[in-house]
Write a protein that binds this ligand. Structure first.
Ligand code: PLP
Length: 385
């Protein structure tokens, strides 16, 4: 059976070039980078090279790059550090549509000693900038706003939000995990102090992330131990994966322009086709202010999970929200924040394209999806059409 992977916001396949670069660092160059001998030295050199490569790609200096175990760790470290260096400030600003890596942490901190303001979004998923501006206060320790939403693909005006925070001396973190590989991650143009990335969203391996921390900002590590990563993240470096994330980011930059144009064309064909062929369907999120690969829909009268299962039987991998929230019976917090009722939000389907998808994949999905939705609707007690 034909299989089509349309869940690239959940994760991507490791690119062959990335795997090739990583492989020698499992078996051939296995020294500990902290060792004094040449086994360790050659590995330490490769980490330094990878760090310099990543830094150059995002407009940073090498000592501003901290390798972590994933996007979640980068997000958690950024927020914990900002609070730890500002013990007298207990206010956090974030948004209603963050990934659980930020959302759940902020909820936890709100139960402890922090005051958390969650900025609203409108029905297209755009950030309420007026509320944001009003909520910046002398007590704010950190702002954490995602750059691109993993469910809808909607892009937040991080540059402007970060500038407003900077003018007030407030640390600004962006979760750029979903933007990594698609958007230009220039940290100076973005004005951010802290930025999270994760390799598995741009054809690198799972289990390796980056935290960019601007030079000069106060920083306290989340885990203590050895002096790795200049004392900012203890633990022997995951050498092969560090090589992997640097290679994946380089490839993403090399391919970005061509890939974004091609993928956006496929996405637009997919969106137009779905809306035209399936009655009572709608696109969620701003139609233009979105990642080039992301399309997410609501189909009235049916459950997103049932659509997913039927698509899966016909060889198509999709999702009904983020990979981290699917599996729970709760509707997507992103869609409810955008004002959709629970029963509407339950009918969501996210199709996220990647560089391996072709026009034939889009045609195949457009061929089978209308029939799936129609069949499910006929079985639905809510449907009287
Ligand atoms: N932030 C966003 C926006 C994401 O989409 C994800 C992953 O789905 C994460 C954070 C967490 O990244 P990781 O899976 O590397 O922990």
């Amino acid at each position: 059976m034909k299989t089509i992977y349309l869940d690239n916001n959940a994760t991507t396949r490791v690119a062959p070039e990335v795997l090739t670069e990583m492989t020698p660092y499992f078996s051939e160059f296995y020294g500990n980078p902290s060792s004094m001998h040449s086994f360790g030295g050659q590995v330490a050199k490769k980490i330094a090279e990878s760090r310099a490569k990543v830094a150059a790609l995002i407009g940073a200096d090498p000592d501003e790059i901290i390798f972590t175990s994933c996007g979640t760790e980068s997000d958690n470290t950024a927020i914990h550090s900002a609070l730890a260096v500002n013990p007298e400030k207990r206010h956090i600003i974030t948004s209603r549509v963050e990934h659980p890596a930020v959302k759940a942490l902020c909820e936890h901190l709100a139960e402890k000693d922090c005051r958390v303001t969650t900025i609203e979004v409108d029905s297209a998923g755009n950030l309420d900038m007026d509320q944001y501006k009003k909520s910046l206060s002398a007590d704010t320790a950190v702002v954490s706003l995602m750059w691109a939403n993993n469910e809808t693909g909607v892009i937040f005006p991080v540059e402007e939000a970060a500038q407003l925070a900077r003018e007030r001396g407030i640390l600004f973190h962006t979760d750029a995990v979903q933007a990594g590989g698609s958007l230009d991650l220039d940290v100076n143009a973005l004005n951010v102090d802290l930025m999270s990335l994760s390799a598995h969203k741009f054809y690198g391996p799972k289990g390796i992330g980056i935290l960019y921390a601007r030079r000069g900002i106060p920083f306290l590590p989340m885990q203590t131990g050895g002096g790795h990563e200049r004392g900012r993240r203890a633990g022997t470096e995951n050498v092969a994966y560090i090589v992997g994330i640097a290679t994946a980011l380089r490839l993403a930059y090399e391919e970005q322009q061509e890939s974004n144009t091609r993928i956006a064309r496929l996405r637009d064909k997919l969106i137009a086709g779905v809306l035209e062929r399936i009655p009572d369907s709608r696109l969620t999120g701003h139609p233009a202010q979105r990642l080039p690969n992301s399309a997410s829909f609501l189909f009235k009268y049916i459950e997103g999970e049932s659509t997913l299962l039927r698509l899966d039987l016909l060889g198509v991998a999709a999702s009904s929200g983020s990979a981290c929230t699917s599996g729970s019976l709760e509707p997507s917090h992103v869609l409810t924040a955008m004002g959709f009722r629970h029963e509407e939000a339950h009918g969501s389907l996210r199709l996220t394209l990647g560089k391996e998808n072709s026009e034939a994949d889009v045609d195949y999905v457009l061929g089978i999806l209308p029939g799936i939705v129609e069949k499910l609707r006929r079985m639905s007690p809510l449907f009287d059409g």
